[in-house]
Design a protein around this ligand. Structure first.
Ligand code: ADP
Ligand code: MG
Length: 722
């Protein structure tokens, strides 16, 4: 069972990592994960847990690391809380610290004003102290600007957590006073706080930008229920009528009952062209109504509507952490003790040898100032979060940072045919008959196919185009994957499917050489006729396959349950390297396993019959629009556009994400190492150390959101079109 708790007032990502580590160590949960970006704690348990007690437990642990953290459980699973919980700028150890702990809003405002005033006064006193060479002024300036840090350090110290940032800053600045570097001590504190503040704002800004890119949550529904009422989309029932005005989001999935308009579905599908809809057309929640007023007949509850489903996927995405994120979290745990240890060594050993305490204590202070791994801990997950956001902007849902990272290692792409390379919209080209009318053959097929989700089934039902005769009873329906369907129609055995199905029932059927997929129909083991359906390749499939090659994919393989002739033809049209036909679902898994032995492979399918293959691949990619729910569930990446070319897009985003994350790691670690070395050589000063600490974090965070800019061109196009 999975539970999502809301966690608020969580200051820095590093604290979040520490809390997560402590919670895991408590061994209370099967699995626990803190999502700093969304302000959520995800708990997996093998049994039902008491949410109130659990929330209190998590809160207790969290508060050992940071004061004022609130953990709550929302029965409705977090709908409203997410937005609030992300204004983290308020709860960090920077200028705003503790302000949020005061309960009343006014108290908070007043407290904050006093803090700001004290801070400004501190800066003035620092300048005064330097100009007039007044140590008392400097000490006062220090107290005014750094009292909260010192206080938190004291509290944490009592709790036995010496390696907390506040504590390290306090030691560093107090040591600076001890060696007589008064102005530096104050200045370091001030710059540290300004840096922290800017870093928090940057995190806040980035998170919001990313969330904006993914924001498809409809806030309200204008339901026509004794007049017009604005209600929470959750409270609208199936069958009700909702009105959507221009500029508003479609709140629930449904069918247009009145009016017509153009919809912006880019949030869902990445498709930048507006979609024109009129009476009778299906509309999806999360799209934005551009032009006219439309009324929609609701066909799905909010929780089953597209917007909710997508949000659910995005929410669970960041819980699957990438290797880099896990590495950084581990790294952070030993980085601080290591640097602090070095600082101690540097302060004592050379000083005893040379007798020059002043110089070496100063150097050790530099070490202390840069001993927080914040830049890494914040910017690496943020980079991945940005990558996931950028992907969702082009209509690709990535269900975890790990998949985005692994996408860079892929060298083989295995594609399903029907619905993936081809449109999956079959047209009937011929109906052959034997001792039956065309209509009979079509009707028997349609009766069975109306129970199936297969693209062939949908097409035959559509071609039949009539309501099923209600007096006909279809029972014992069975779908045989990769072969077809069997059922009893008014008590008589009817089959509809391919050659394999006919052969298994030892039915003598008439072969024909018409090109297309053959759906043979038999009744009471007697062949009635054959429906020949043909599918078309998607417009962009060929280009997409080519672009995969350009992006360094070595092999593109097509698997299908369809006949060899058709498979070869489609394979050639699409330009794939290899084609394997007439495979049953389990054969597809075997073929994929062969590919997995040779390289790292993604499998792309629509999930009709191939959910097991999706699950088996290194990365499973499903077609979201045409695909089944099972596929979306089993897949790691979902293409809402149903276009193969989206794979190239998401590969580009994966690459860019990796580059940005690498840049951040190099920037953060590089600058720190350089400053450490310069410090040892006696060249670096404390100012530089502060920059290496907070300045670098700030830059890294800003760098992270560059990944969002990925699709700028496409966004511009959209704006121009309006
Ligand atoms: P693909 O690999 O092309 O996606 P599937 O594995 O879904 O194909 O199906 C393989 C073959 O099984 C189809 O080409 C068709 O001949 C037959 N088949 C599967 N489901 C049905 C159905 N509902 N009706 C008729 N034939 C079916
Ligand atoms: Mg299929």
């Amino acid at each position: 069972m999975k539970y999502i708790f809301q966690i608020r007032h969580l200051g820095c990502a590093n604290c979040s990592a520490k809390i997560e580590h402590a919670l895991r160590r408590s061994k209370q949960f099967q699995h626990i994960e803190i999502n700093f970006m969304l302000g959520e704690v995800q708990v997996r348990a093998d049994r039902a847990i008491d949410v109130v007690k659990t929330a209190a437990f998590i809160e207790k642990i969290a508060n050992q690391y940071e004061d004022g953290i609130k953990v709550t459980y929302d029965v409705d699973n977090s709908e409203e809380h997410r937005h609030e919980s992300c204004t983290k700028g308020e709860c960090a150890a920077g200028l705003d610290a503790e302000g949020t702990h005061t309960d009343s809003k006014e108290g908070q405002g007043l407290y904050r004003r006093i803090k700001y005033t004290a801070f400004i006064l501190g800066i003035i006193l620092l300048l005064g102290g330097i100009v007039f060479k007044q140590d008392k002024m400097l000490i006062l300036a220090y107290l005014l600007t750094g009292y909260d840090i010192v206080w938190m350090a004291f509290k944490n110290c009592i709790k036995g957590r010496m390696l907390d940032e506040n504590f390290l800053m306090t030691i560093a600045t107090v040591a600076a006073f001890a060696i007589g570097e008064y102005p530096e001590a104050v200045a370091v504190m001030i710059f540290y706080k300004i840096g922290e503040y800017m870093q928090d704002k940057a995190v806040d800004y980035s998170t919001r930008e990313i969330e904006k890119a993914m924001d498809i949550r409809p806030d309200f529904a204008r339901v026509l229920r004794d007049g017009e009422r604005i209600v929470n989309p959750k409270d609208v029932n199936i069958g009700e009528l909702v009105e959507v005005r221009p500029g508003e989001k479609i709140p629930l999935d449904g069918v247009v009952a009145e009016g017509s308009s153009a919809l912006d579905t880019s949030m869902l599908t990445g498709e930048s062209l507006p979609l024109t809809v009129g009476k009778g057309d299906e509309v999806l929640s999360g799209s934005i109504n551009h032009e006219g007023v439309i009324r929609i007949h609701v066909t799905k509850l909010f929780k089953h509507s597209t917007a909710s489903k997508i949000l659910e996927l995005i929410q669970s995405a960041s819980s699957k952490k990438s290797k880099s994120e896990n590495f950084i979290t581990k790294f952070a745990r030993w980085y601080t003790p290591l640097v602090v240890g070095l600082a101690l060594l540097v302060a004592v050993v050379p000083s005893v040898i040379t007798g020059n305490w002043q110089e070496w204590v100063y150097t050790s202070i530099i070490f202390l100032v840069i001993s927080c791994p914040c830049a890494l801990v914040v910017s690496v997950p943020l980079g991945f979060f940005g990558g996931i956001g950028a992907a969702s902007k082009v209509g690709v849902l990535v269900k975890g940072s790990n998949y985005l990272e692994e996408l860079n290692q892929i060298d083989t792409v295995v594609l399903d045919k029907t619905g993936t390379i081809t449109k999956g919209r079959f047209g009937i080209t011929h109906i052959m008959t034997k001792d039956a009318s065309e209509n009979e053959v079509l009707e028997y097929a349609a009766l069975l196919e109306s129970f199936s989700n297969h693209p062939i089934a949908k097409s035959i039902v559509k071609a039949y185009g009539r309501e099923m005769n209600q007096s006909i009873k279809v029972t014992h329906f069975k779908e045989i994957s990769g072969e077809g369907l069997a059922a009893k129609v008014n008590g008589e055995d009817v089959l509809a499917g391919n050659e394999k199905l006919m052969m298994r029932h030892s039915i003598t059927y008439e072969k024909n050489d018409k090109l297309g997929s053959h759906v043979y129909v038999a009744k009471e083991n007697k062949y009635l006729g054959c429906i020949i359906v043909a599918d078309e390749i998607k417009e962009d499939s060929k280009e997409a396959v080519k672009s995969l090659k350009v992006r360094g994919i070595k092999r593109v393989v097509m698997l299908t349950g369809d006949k060899k002739e058709i498979a070869d033809q489609i394979g050639k049209e699409a330009g794939v390297d290899e084609v394997y036909a007439e495979l049953l679902p389990q054969d597809k898994v075997m073929k994929l396993e062969e590919e997995l032995k040779q390289g790292r492979a993604v499998f792309v399918g629509d999930g009709i019959n191939d959910a097991p293959v999706l699950a088996r691949a290194d990365i499973g990619i499903a077609m979201g629009g045409a695909g089944s729910d099972a596929a979306i569930e089993a897949a790691d990446i979902v293409l809402m556009t149903d276009r193969l070319s989206s794979i190239g897009d998401v590969m580009d985003i994966a690459k860019k994400t990796r580059r940005i994350v690498t840049e951040n790691i190099i920037l953060a670690l590089g600058v720190k190492v350089i400053v450490l070395v310069l410090g040892l050589l006696g060249i670096a000063n404390m100012w530089l150390a502060v920059f290496a600490d907070v300045g670098v974090s700030f830059l890294a965070v800003l760098n992270s959101i560059r990944v969002l800019g990925h699709n700028k061109g496409h966004m511009l196009e959209m704006v121009k079109k309006r």
